[in-house]
Design a protein. Structure first.
Lengths: 326, 430
């Protein structure tokens, strides 16, 4: 297993499937009365968040605590970073305190890669979202959710997403979620189609392992899962689209469009949703929408990643199985 | 008082036949074979190439204001190490070189350094703000005698201001050197826009942002009958526009940096800001076009865009890092690698692109002259057979932000002579 998790593109098919399978093991912990494993007892994990992100931070924190790690939360706001301290100094300060892993969220694309490769620190680095580059645990939890829904919770074990048709809709240009998902879903054998106004697709998209369409209605009937990306209202001020209403009409998911999807197909969203913009309340609250499941699955995936990166030699899963068999 | 005499023995002048060159005082006294002079210090130069002292039309010496990254003294020492006898110092200092006072300060510091002539470039607009013309005439009339004007680092993006600047400097034979970058198209730009930026999630700096300004400015130059110089051309499209402009007889000249002749945006995958530069590293296709254009003369000169930055401004995440690379001490090696060893240019061509032509564009008196008797002894001696690995620890520059660290590059400047005096002797600064 790798030492860091920086990009979904770094994962092989087998590594990704191992993470998904391990996450299924971890999910069982959540069903137990005491939701805790001793795997990372005595290990210290810092959540180093240079960008506001309540949900991702809390998800990592829950995962770390369920694995019995000591958790330090570091928010750049109000810290020495706001006084001009560099990423390097911040990271070295934390490592001097004996940190084993750094979970980093940063507004600059590539910041986690720099942290992992510049020789600044020795700790394992987990990318919790960097700029418009990558958000690998989000892609993993999305793939986990798709595998459960489209392949099956038990039948899915050991399997990938071969042949599944996944449509990702929205602001691809500014989305690390889209980049991570395209990479991982391709690795897992899925066929990915991006749908967005041409202004919100990067110029270099032609080299990505996916299709691009500007016509949502044409793609919907051929989708096993449709992932809606958040679209910030402010984008229209930079002329990415004329108005919120026009975006919503052309690229938003409402009840009529949901009806055009195959019956088994699910609607996904990484959150936070902008209801009324890319998704109507009717769709967001429908049983075919997996938003809440994705949040729960996020904890399992992050437990699996932490376990595999930090505690891979510990008999944690065996331990869990033993307990279950009692 | 005995006159300084140096006899360079057996050097291939501009890459031609081996010759001896005798320097007396500040001047080349004689060239030929079998020259002798008992009083002269002999520099054995068999197998080496003798070039006219190199001229860099685009250097950032950082003084005044950012002496933590470079000073006129350290920058000119770097220049001498790289074989340069004349450098043009860009105006984006603190304060900006937009008055006679600042350009005279930089000029005086250059004279005091003694390693290399420093010709200050004056800002086109006050504070590089692009709104009001700086006192171009006063800078020209000053002791610094400014003839090249540039807001480099920023584009003179207002078409009217650019037009007026092009017209105004005609009165004293000046030239405007444009940093071609359409500002709206490059808001938040971090690297070349293309497949790599799409993958890395870094804001794109599209080729069209350069090309649209190049196209506009050659047309403006044509309309008002002025000459215009385009800084650091970086795209195949810009090459096509300049080629077209020259075919129309428009008085345009253009430069390319060594790094744009060698490196591509693939290197940005490392997220190492040592590769962050403006204009950004482009694609293999652009590199090919730039080399061909330099070979066929569409691009007139190589200019380093030597841009020193302190370590902390590069030892950080990409978005937070400063743009720019040092280049004075590696320029000739990169040109040898990309142009000479590829057969695109011979050494006479190198002499033209790195000395004759830049001196002509910048009106650098006494530089870019033929290697012949009676001419000022501004000379550079290169050992083309040398192979070495770039080690920035050995740089004379105060900054180390080179993209070539650990890279093997050919050639080494062994001697630099500024008006007959060795500023670099056997690879060591005087």
């Amino acid at each position: 297993m790798m030492r860091h998790l920086i990009s979904a593109a770094d994962l092989t098919r087998d590594e990704a499937v191992l993470i998904l399978d391990t996450a299924e093991e971890m999910a069982r912990v959540a069903d137990r009365p005491i939701k805790k494993l001793p795997t990372l007892r005595g290990r210290t994990v810092v959540n180093l968040f240079f960008e506001d992100s309540t949900r991702t931070r809390i998800s990592f924190e829950a995962a770390e605590k369920r694995l019995s790690a000591d958790v330090i939360n570091f928010s750049a706001k109000g810290s020495s970073v706001s006084k001009g301290e560099s990423l390097k100094d911040t990271a070295q300060t934390l490592e001097a305190m004996g940190v084993d892993a750094v979970v980093i969220r940063h507004g600059a694309s590539g910041a986690p890669y720099r942290l992992a490769t510049s020789g600044w620190i020795d700790a394992a680095v987990i990318n919790a979202g960097d700029g418009t580059h990558q958000h690998p645990t989000q892609a993993l939890l999305d793939a986990f959710t798709m595998r459960r829904r489209l392949v099956g919770r038990d039948t899915g074990l050991g399997r990938d997403l071969a042949g599944k048709r996944i449509t990702i809709v929205g602001d691809v240009l500014h989305s690390r979620v889209a980049r991570s998902n395209v990479d991982l879903l391709h690795t897992l054998g899925a066929e990915v189609t991006l749908v967005a106004p041409p202004t919100l697709v990067p110029v270099g998209v032609t080299s990505w392992p996916c299709e691009v369409s500007y016509d949502l209605d044409a793609v919907l009937p051929k989708s096993d899962a449709v992932m809606m990306l958040r679209v910030q209202r402010e984008r229209m001020n930079a002329a990415f689209f004329p108005t919120e209403r026009e975006y919503s009409r052309r690229y938003g998911l409402d009840g009529d469009r949901l009806a055009r999807m195959p019956e088994h197909a699910v609607v996904m969203h990484p959150g936070p949703m902008v209801r009324g913009m890319e998704i109507t309340a009717e769709v967001a609250d429908s049983p075919r929408c997996t938003v809440i499941e994705q949040v729960a699955n996020g904890v399992s995936i992050r437990m699996a990643v932490l376990y595999l990166l930090l505690g891979g030699n510990e008999p944690a899963t065996t331990h869990a199985r033993t307990e279950e068999s009692k | 008082m005995s006159m300084n005499k140096i006899l360079i023995r057996g050097a291939r002048v501009l890459g031609g036949e081996a010759q001896d060159v005798l320097i007396e005082g500040e001047t080349i006294a004689a060239t030929g074979t079998g020259l002798t002079d008992p009083d002269a210090t002999v520099v054995p130069a068999e197998g080496q190439i003798l070039l006219p002292g190199l001229v860099d039309l685009h250097t950032h010496l950082r003084e005044p204001g950012r002496e933590d990254s470079e000073t006129v003294l350290t920058g000119t020492r770097a220049a001498a190490s790289g074989g340069f006898t004349s450098v043009f110092a860009m105006a984006n200092t603190f304060p900006v070189a937009d008055t006679a006072g600042v350009v005279e300060q930089v000029y005086r510091l250059g004279q005091e350094s003694g390693y290399c002539d420093v010709q200050p470039i004056g800002a086109v607009t006050v504070g590089l703000e692009g709104t009001q013309l700086a006192e171009l005439g006063a800078m020209h009339e000053s002791a610094a005698g400014v003839t090249v004007f540039s807001d480099d680092g920023k584009c003179v993006h207002d078409a009217v201001i650019m037009r007026r600047a092009l017209e105004y400097v005609k009165a004293f034979g000046g030239v405007v050197a444009q940093h071609a970058q359409e500002p709206r198209l490059t808001e938040g730009a971090q690297m070349n826009e293309g497949t790599v930026s799409a993958e890395l999630g870094l804001g794109g700096w599209p080729a069209v942002a350069e090309e649209s300004i190049v196209a506009r400015d050659v047309l403006l130059a044509e309309h008002v009958g002025s000459r215009v110089h385009i800084c650091h051309l970086s795209t195949a499209g810009s090459v096509e526009i300049v080629r077209w402009a020259k075919s129309r007889g428009i008085d345009v000249t253009a430069e390319v940096t060594p790094h744009h002749l060698l490196l591509t945006d693939e290197l940005v995958r490392s997220y190492d800001p040592v590769y962050k530069v403006n204009p950004p590293l482009r694609t293999e296709r652009d590199v090919r076009a730039l080399r061909e254009a330099l070979a066929d003369g569409t691009i007139d000169i190589v200019a380093t865009d030597h841009a020193p930055h302190p370590h902390e401004d590069k030892d950080c995440e990409w978005a937070a890092a400063a743009m720019g690379m040092v280049g004075l001490e590696t320029a000739l090696s990169v040109v040898q690698r990309t142009m000479v060893e590829t057969g695109l240019l011979d050494w006479a061509g190198v002499a033209d692109r790195m000395s004759f032509a830049p001196a002509r564009i910048g009106r650098a008196t006494g530089h870019g002259r033929p290697v012949s008797a009676g001419e000022p002894a501004n000379l550079t001696l290169v050992d083309p057979a040398y192979r070495g690995t770039v080690d920035p620890a050995g740089f004379a520059s105060r900054s180390r932000n080179t993209p070539y660290r650990g890279r093997e590059l050919p050639g080494r400047v062994t001697h630099t002579f500024l008006r007959g005096r060795a500023t670099l002797m056997d690879g060591k600064l005087a």
